[in-house]
Structures are given as C-alpha cells and as structure tokens.
Design a protein around this ligand. Structure first.
Ligand code: MG
Ligand code: MG
Length: 265
C-alpha cells in the first residue's frame, strides 16, 4: 500500500477513537449475553445494532462496501466477513464476531471468537493461541519498531503451534477511515515495513487457521472460508503506538465478565 497517507492522531483524536473502540467492547458484551446454542447470528446482529444506535453511534460495517449488516459473523471454517443469517448456532460451534462502530467521526473495530456451548480441546487451543498472537503482536506496536515486527511475532507464535496464518486479509490503520494505511499483515520479517511512530492507531487482527493457511471466498462475495474446511479464529484490538508500551483502546474485559457469569450458572 505504498504511497497511501498515514494519519498520526492527536490526543484529542485518540480520545474519540477510544470512545468508539470501547463502544465496540460494550456491544460485543451485550452480544455475548445472548450467545448460546439455538440463537441465530441475525438475532445477535439486531442486538448489536440496537446497542450501537442507543449509544449515539452508527454501525461501522453496515453499508461499508455494500456489506448488509452490523456484525460480521463467521462460524467455524468461516474466517471473516460472514453475513448474519437465520441458521441457529449449535453446541460445539465457534463464531468470530467482528464489530465496527462510527461515533464522532471516528471508527472502532474489534473482534472476538466465541465458543458456543462446549467446544473441542483442539479448538480451545486454537482460540488460546490466537489470543496469544494478538497479545504478542500488540507488544510490538511501539515507537521505533516496524510493521514487520508485529507480523513476525504473530506468525512465529501461530506457526510454532502448528497453525496456519491467513495472509490474504490484514489489519490496518484506524481513524476517520475504517481501513487506513498502513496495512498490518499477520506475517512478516523483523525490521521490515513502515516505521511505527507515536500516535499511529492500528487495528491488529490475527486470523489463524487450525489447518492450512489457504482461504477462499464464497459466492456471496463476502464470506472468507478456509480451503480445507477446518475452523479459524479471529481476535482484534485497536491500539495506539506509544513509546515503550502500546496502548490498547478496545477491551475484552466486559465480554469476559459475561462469559465468566455464563460459565458459573
Ligand atoms: Mg474488525
Ligand atoms: Mg479490522
């Protein structure tokens, strides 16, 4: 994506991006409350849209490039960009839910892969590893590093665990645009790519497959699936490049409070 302008954000702009990113976390937590075998992804989509609009924001994905819904809901072998539908989720499924909002002119964009009922041990390991990839990628989002340091950290961890790293879809800059420069691949070489400067806001979003890294697009023009039909996981945070430590703008804390409550009862 050489030549595309990179927008470094002021602290005032970062405050607005934080507000949008936190609203995504709040929305995903409301979705989590309803998530159980039998619910449809269209029902989850309706919940998300209501939370977003009740908070003075608009869904960030709906209408973006013609996408029809508020959430991308990607079940099992679906990697990303799944379209909500009327098919009930089943015990043992996983569903990656990606949510964007726009508020005060700035986007938030975050994703979480949820377990539906009880999932297999190998899928649990895929989810845990993908979460770890996200954390390791975020740790590299510091001033003076380069984009390739993020991708390298993600790729190494996933491949060491024997999982496939999706290359066709990438993270991105975030601001007044949903997909700003630079691209943030989940693979790469240390010391390669755009140098990271303070105030750069990135959506880091590893997409990791249980099997091979190959993916294809379904004929709906949106849904990306694994070529081998094995499950895929996706977690996404919005972060600000800072000196020493990245600042994470989005949060999974509210999602995890809901999930813990669900487990206890
Ligand atoms: Mg997203
Ligand atoms: Mg994104």
């Amino acid at each position: 994506m050489g030549g595309r302008t990179i927008y470094y954000k002021t602290e005032e702009e970062i405050d607005l991006l934080r507000e949008s990113s936190l609203l995504v976390g709040k929305t995903l937590a409301e979705v989590a409350k309803a998530l159980k075998p039998g619910v449809t992804t269209l029902e989850l989509d309706a919940i998300a849209e209501e939370v977003i609009r009740d908070n003075g924001a608009t869904p960030g994905f709906k209408g973006f490039g013609g996408f029809p819904n508020t959430l991308c809901t990607s079940v099992n072998e679906q990697v990303v960009h799944g379209i909500p539908n009327n098919v009930p989720l089943k015990d043992g499924d996983i569903v990656s839910i990606d949510c964007g909002v726009k508020k005060n002119g700035f986007y938030g964009d975050s994703a979480y892969t949820f377990e539906v009922g009880e999932v297999s041990a190998e899928i649990k390991e895929l989810l845990r590893t993908t979460r770890e990839c996200l954390k390791l990628g975020i740790e590299q989002a510091i001033a003076g590093n380069r984009i390739g340091d993020i991708g390298h950290a993600v790729q190494q961890h996933a491949e060491n665990a024997g999982f496939g790293v999706v290359r066709e879809l990438v993270g991105h800059g975030l601001g007044k645009g949903l997909h700003e420069a630079p691209e943030v691949p989940n693979y790469g070489r240390r010391g390669n790519g755009v140098k990271l400067r303070e105030g750069l806001v990135l959506a880091i979003e590893p997409m990791i497959n249980l099997g091979s890294r190959q993916v294809k697009q379904l004929s709906d023009g949106w849904t990306i699936v694994t070529s081998d039909g094995k499950p895929s996981a996706h977690y996404e945070h919005d972060v600000v490049v800072r000196k020493g430590n990245a600042e994470v703008l989005s949060t999974f804390d509210w999602i995890e409070e809901v999930l813990e409550t669900n487990t206890v009862k």
